[in-house]
Design a binder for this molecule. Structure first.
Ligand code: FAD
Length: 465
């Protein structure tokens, strides 16, 4: 018989949204149940952020070993055992997903395996292969994530891969076509280019990485070309013809039809929210045209005891955004006055060089009528960057003219992904350029670039004229 099991807060999905929400809700005194139909850790840990960064860093090691002649290092017979790379990547993933299980258990969260489906606004049915169980809840947090969009002319299968397929290849492709020059396509394209793959990127817009300023994306473009990659912008991918071990893609640029042949085709043209198989209509939860769930500042849906977070709601589909919303939703359930504020959410691309942005860009500030100063400092004028033999790039600090308040920053350069944290903190803490300029940064470090850009902002830089 199916006696309903009662819980306080029921979380659907155990990605960086769901598992963080479950832990925080439990810390705040709730009895918490989390339902996961796949693997703990969601896309991020299993087939997203973590495995992609593992491949990217392995590819970097290889590329550095091959190309450090200008530093006097010449390595012979450098080889890649790609099955070992994949094994190592999986070991990193397994450590982290095992860690999530330990954290959930340590926080007394009940883990339920299966697929959740809403029955009404206080209960879900959880199905697995051979059983079904009803759970009743006071509050629910939906964190069901997203999946790759499939385009009809490029059905996944055979030689046509989604990001998950591209992360688990058994051998390094000789040639790879990437359809979609967003961050996922560009990151994976860069990784394989570093492993020696001949990469071709087809991007429909005028620029790859169109979310970033052209000054930044053009650095990535230049580096990719140096690695032998071909980039076609304004390129419309039309069709693919497959043989047993190759694929030929037909695409159109300015009305001209072209073809490119490769071992594999990776399609990364965006992601679709997993909101179509949850029974949302049973409860009357409102979604947008794109299937995103509508929420208020506390991540509450139009049904007041049901919350939604992560890739299924508006905003950048990023893991740290999901985890941030997770804490807000759990706190809102506990009666706290927490609200989302997206200004401090960074965006990072792990390309060559890395790109990172937080807060306003110069253009966005202008569009909102904020009078700003944009202050740039080049990595080339920083001792640490030169000593790393990695001095391409710049940091651009956006401050409000009237009082020097830090409201944004963009970085292109080595370790931009880590450097952006200080600027996020500056925004969150309401710091001014002077605060950053007067903060003593260790020498020689890349962090000095942040201090120097702040000195540029207040008109007294030491290391550039
Ligand atoms: P998900 O991680 O998608 O988790 C949702 C979970 O819900 C899944 O495990 C799913 O099985 C489960 N689920 C769905 N429906 C049900 C149901 N009905 N019942 C039970 N369980 C269900 N983001 C970054 O910030 N940095 C990066 O570097 C980065 N790199 C990426 C690289 C790649 C290749 C990809 C694909 C994504 C990357 N992302 C990155 C994006 C990041 O993975 C997502 O933003 C993040 O995983 C979203 O978290 P989430 O909790 O909303 O959903």
């Amino acid at each position: 018989g199916d006696f309903p099991i009662e819980t306080d807060t029921l979380v659907i999905g155990a990605g960086p949204g769901g598992y963080v929400a479950a832990i925080r809700a439990s810390q705040l005194g709730q009895k918490v149940t989390i339902v996961e139909k796949g693997t703990l850790g969601g896309v991020c840990l299993n087939v997203g952020c973590i495995p992609s960064k593992a491949l990217i860093s392995a590819a970097h090691r290889y590329e550095h070993a091959l190309h450090s002649e200008d530093m006097g290092i010449k390595a012979d017979n450098v080889t890649v055992d790609f099955s070992k790379v994949q094994e190592w990547k999986s070991s990193v993933v397994n450590k982290l997903t095992g860690g999530v299980e330990g954290l959930l258990k340590g926080n007394k969260v009940e883990i339920v395996r299966g697929e959740a489906y809403f029955v009404d606004s206080n209960s879900v049915r959880v199905m697995d292969e051979n059983s079904a169980q009803t759970y009743t809840f006071k509050n629910a947090i939906i964190a069901s994530g997203s999946r790759p969009i499939e385009i009809p002319a490029f059905k996944y299968g055979g030689r046509v891969l989604d990001s998950t397929g591209a992360l688990s290849l058994k051998e390094i492709p000789k040639k790879l076509v990437v359809i979609g020059g967003g961050y996922i396509g560009t990151e994976l394209g860069t990784a394989y280019a570093n492993f020696g793959t001949q990469v071709t990127i087809l991007e429909g817009a005028d620029e790859i990485l169109s979310g970033f300023e052209k000054q930044m994306s053009s650095l990535v473009k230049r580096k990719l070309k140096k690695k032998g990659a071909e980039i076609h912008t304004n390129a419309l991918a039309k069709s693919v013809e497959q043989t047993e071990n190759s694929a030929t893609v037909t695409f159109e640029v300015k009305g001209e039809s072209k073809t490119v042949e490769a071992d594999y085709v990776l399609v990364t043209v965006g992601r679709r929210p997993n909101t179509d198989e949850l029974g949302l209509e049973q409860v009357g939860i409102e979604v947008t045209e794109r299937g995103l769930i509508k929420i208020d500042k506390q991540c509450r849906t139009n049904v007041s005891n049901i919350y939604a977070i992560g890739d299924i709601v508006e905003g950048p589909p990023l893991a740290h955004k999901a985890s941030y919303e997770a804490k807000i939703a759990a706190e809102a359930i506990a009666g706290h006055a927490s609200e989302i504020d997206y200004l401090g959410i960074p965006a990072v691309v792990f390309t060559d060089p890395e790109l990172a942005s937080v807060g306003y860009t110069e253009k966005e500030a202008k569009e909102e009528g904020i009078d700003v100063t944009a202050s740039k400092f080049p990595f080339g004028a920083n001792g640490r960057a030169l000593a790393l033999n990695s001095a391409d790039g710049f940091l651009k600090l956006i401050t409000r003219k009237e009082d020097g308040l830090v409201i944004g920053a963009q970085i292109a350069g080595p370790s931009a992904s880590d450097m952006i944290a200080e600027l996020g903190l500056a925004i969150e803490a309401g710091m001014t350029a002077e605060d950053l300029a007067m903060t003593i940064h260790a020498h020689p470090t890349l962090g000095e670039i942040t201090m120097e850009a702040a000195e540029v902002a207040i008109g007294s830089p030491i290391h550039i004229v």
